[in-house]
Ligand binder design. Structure first.
Ligand code: AHM
Ligand code: MG
Length: 334
C-alpha cells in the first residue's frame, strides 16, 4: 500500500496548516465520516434486510419516509450529538432544529445541516443515493443557540460536502480551499484520498433535468433544453441527457465529466423542489470550490437570503459556461 492518505490523516494534515485551529472542525468532519461508514454498511446490504421500503411515516415535506431515511437520520444525529462539537443539527427529515443540550455541546461552536439520505426514493431499485452536509459557525454568543444560527447565507458555510453511496462509496468535501474526494476502501474500512483538488470542466456535454415536467418549466428553461438538443459540431451539440433522479449522483457525475443540473421552478412548485439549506447551499459551495457555478437562474445560490429552515430554491448548477448559457436564456424571458 503506497502513498495512501486516509480521510483522518488528511484532516489532521490540513489542520496543522492552521496553527490556531482547535481541532473542533476536524473532529466534526471525522464524526461525519464515521456516520457515513455506518450508513454505507446498511445501504450496501439493504436488499438482504428488512430495511427497504416505506417506514410508514411522512417527513416535514409531506414525503413518505423510507426506512433507510429514518436510519440515516438517526445515525448522523447520534454521531453529531455524541461528538460534542456541534450545538445544533438541522435535518431535512425533522420539522425543527435539534438543539444538542449535553454539557459539552452547550459551548460547541458549530451548526450542521444535513440531508441524511438524498434520492431515497431510489433505494428500492439500487440506484445511488447520497448524504449532503453543511457546516456553519455558531453566531449566537451569550444566548442559547437557535434558528438564526442555522438561517445563515450559504457564503457563511465553513465546510460542506456529500457522500455518494454508489458503485463505490465516496466522500467529497470542501472547507473553502478546493474540493477533495475520498473513496471508501471496504477492505480497510477507510475513506482514502482518490480525487485530490477536484475541478469541474469549464463546459461539458451533459444536461440533467427531469424533462417529464417540460410543459411546466419556465420559458427560459424550455429554450435552453431546445438549445441543448440542436445540432452544432463546434459546441458538440446535441448534448447527452442524463438524469438519475438522485441529485448527489447526477451532480457527482457532472462534477467529474462536466455538465449542468437544473431543477427549476414549475407551475406546481413556484420555488422549485430542492431545499436551500440542505441541498442547494452545500452543493453550490462544493461546485464553486471546484471552479463551477450555481445560481437560481438569476442570482448566485450562496448569496440568497435564508428565511426558513425548509425553504426551497430553483437551482442551475455545474460547469461555468453551461450555467451561464442557461442564465442567458432565463434573462431573455424574465
Ligand atoms: P429527496 O431529498 O426527498 O430525496 O428529494 C430530492 C431528490 C433529488 O435527489 C433529485 O434530484 C430530485 O429529488 C428528483 O426529483 P424528481 O423526481 O421530481 O425529478
Ligand atoms: Mg434531498
Amino acid at each position: 500500500m503506497n502513498n495512501i492518505i486516509t480521510l483522518g490523516q488528511f484532516i489532521i494534515e490540513k489542520q496543522a496548516q492552521f496553527p490556531y485551529a482547535k481541532g473542533e472542525l476536524s473532529r466534526l468532519l471525522r464524526d461525519i465520516g464515521i456516520a457515513a461508514k455506518i450508513v454505507n454498511r446498511e445501504v450496501n446490504k439493504a436488499g438482504l434486510m428488512d430495511i427497504l421500503g416505506s417506514a410508514g411515516s411522512t417527513n416535514i415535506q409531506g414525503e413518505s419516509q423510507q426506512k433507510l431515511d429514518v436510519y440515516a437520520n438517526t445515525q448522523f444525529i447520534s454521531a453529531l450529538t455524541s461528538g460534542g462539537e456541534c450545538c445544533i443539527v438541522a435535518s431535512e427529515e425533522n420539522e425543527d432544529i435539534i438543539r444538542i443540550d449535553s454539557a459539552v455541546s452547550k459551548s460547541a461552536r458549530y451548526i450542521v445541516a444535513i440531508d441524511p439520505l438524498d434520492g431515497s426514493s431510489n433505494i428500492d431499485v439500487n440506484v445511488p443515493v447520497g448524504t449532503i452536509f453543511s457546516i456553519y459557525r455558531r453566531i449566537s454568543k451569550e444566548s442559547l443557540p437557535g434558528l438564526p444560527d442555522v438561517l445563515q447565507k450559504g457564503t457563511e458555510q465553513v465546510a460542506a460536502g456529500y457522500i455518494i453511496y454508489g458503485s463505490s462509496t465516496m466522500l467529497v468535501y470542501t472547507t473553502g480551499h478546493g474540493v477533495n474526494g475520498f473513496t471508501l476502501d471496504p477492505s480497510i474500512g477507510e475513506f482514502c484520498l482518490s480525487h485530490p483538488q477536484m475541478k469541474i470542466p469549464e463546459t461539458g456535454t451533459i444536461y440533467s433535468i427531469n424533462e417529464g415536467n417540460y410543459v411546466h418549466f419556465p420559458e427560459g428553461v424550455k429554450q435552453y433544453i431546445k438549445y441543448c438538443q440542436v445540432e452544432d459540431v463546434k459546441s458538440c451539440r446535441p448534448y447527452s441527457s442524463r438524469y438519475i433522479g438522485s441529485m448527489v449522483a447526477d451532480l457527482h457525475r457532472n462534477l467529474i465529466k462536466g455538465g449542468i443540473f437544473i431543477y427549476p421552478n414549475t407551475a406546481a412548485a413556484p420555488s422549485g423542489k430542492l431545499r436551500l439549506v440542505y441541498e442547494c447551499n452545500p452543493l453550490a459551495f462544493v461546485v464553486e470550490q471546484a471552479g463551477g457555478r450555481a445560481t437560481n437562474g438569476f442570482s448566485r445560490i450562496l448569496d440568497l437570503e435564508v428565511n426558513q429552515l425548509h425553504q426551497r430554491s430553483p437551482i442551475f448548477i455545474g460547469s461555468n459556461h453551461m450555467v451561464m448559457k442557461a442564465e442567458a436564456f432565463m434573462a431573455g424571458n424574465k
